[in-house]
Design a protein around this ligand. Sequence first.
Ligand SMILES: [Zn+2]
Length: 495
Amino acid sequence: MRIHDTLTRRTVELVPRDPGKIAMYVCGVTPYASAHIGHARTAVIYDLLRRYLVHVGYAVMYVSNYTDIDDKIIQRAQAQGIAPLDLSNRYIEEYVEDMAELNVLPPDVTPRVSESIEDIIDLITRILANGYAYVSSDGVYFSVRKFGHYGRLSGRSIDEMRSGARVDVNEAKDDPLDFALWKLAKPGEISWESPWGKGRPGWHIECSAMSLRYLGGGFDIHGGGEDLIFPHHENEIAQSEAAFPGRQFVRYWMHSGMVNMGAEKMSKSLGNVMTVRELLKQYPGQVIRLYLLQTSYEKPLKFSLDGIGQAFSNYERMAEFETFVQELVKSSGGLIQGGDQDICDRFVREFDAALAENLNTSRALAAVYEFMTHVRRMVTEGHAATVDVSCAMKAFQSALWVLGLDETGAYMRDKMALVASRCNDLQTIAAEVGAAVDDQSAASDVLDAIIVKRQGARSAGQYDVADQIRERLRGIGIALEDGVDGVRYRIHGKQ
Ligand SMILES: [Zn+2]
């Protein structure tokens, strides 16, 4: 696999520290509010990377932290009159639920600052002993100018950073660029004992301490959103290499792009931040996940509901295709003699090659869509016997697993349950439009009959009738869509 390494600014071959194993660390959330779509994007991208590495045979160790102590958490908790760790715990639980909805696999280890204080104190002690930090009146600071490589990751020189730094009135620092490793507690604040007095860690030190603790020095991949390059990741490198001079901290740095909220209309109705929870009310988690994967991971993503709508259709097509292939497998008894495996082999090669090239998801998805079209064409043109359907199904399901879009079965069951919950409304609409159903018909049959009725109206040129039927269905949460390969419908919401 080749990945784009932020530090060397090159796309390079991924050569792991230990053959066959990948140790990766991704900066997690600061849980003081509900996760937004930007957090979801980061989690989904690194989950894809992990799944791909597992798929090609690596044993992956994936660590991602929770910053459960931080200024914002302390402020919010004070405002709500609760303990800071109660606040962060609540949002960690929410985050875990949200990520499960997006089919993000839980990391192997999710360390928390509040549970890593000892490791953090050990690391600060080393940095101090090596002469890269100093104790001041309100805490311990890292001395940036002592660290020769400072600025390499973000490509800035110390002079540039200094002239760009805001005038810092903190007289406890020797230099405005210095950053806190340990902050002495203000009265009433949550704190832990340390050799420098009661206090809590600065933000950056935790990720050095936790990643080194669980993955060891020179681990393979460190990831995060690109907003973390400076100062967070720059500081992580400085701290870790100051604690262990001459030892490389991380082999490859990866950064995912931000999500921009561009559309004015949306910010008017929903505020400037789109939370995952809010979106999950309107769209299935798998659809949101597919939407996030449609854009290359390094590019900024301009959030749009149209884009999610498009992803919804694409996901529907995938789910339908899976059912279609499963039925073929059943009807062929699982084996078609003399079936051609070439179609599958070519698909698997193209899919794997796309992701191997710096996680090119748009190319990988294009391979999936092309494969679906190809197999369907072979079958509808009567060449079903030339496709090895068992192998087609295996190849397709394996690709969906890598993409984390493999919950199609659950998705279809939810969809049918939602349609069933609209049974009375559907019967009413069927009666209005004169669709041929009886009282005992299943909701999905009633819906099919309504769709047939609308198709009839369209064929007869009665577009206003067809549009009325579409609007009636939309009124009960069912959206019809006319595709080149027929009509499909989407439904989402509460039963
Ligand atoms: Zn971090």
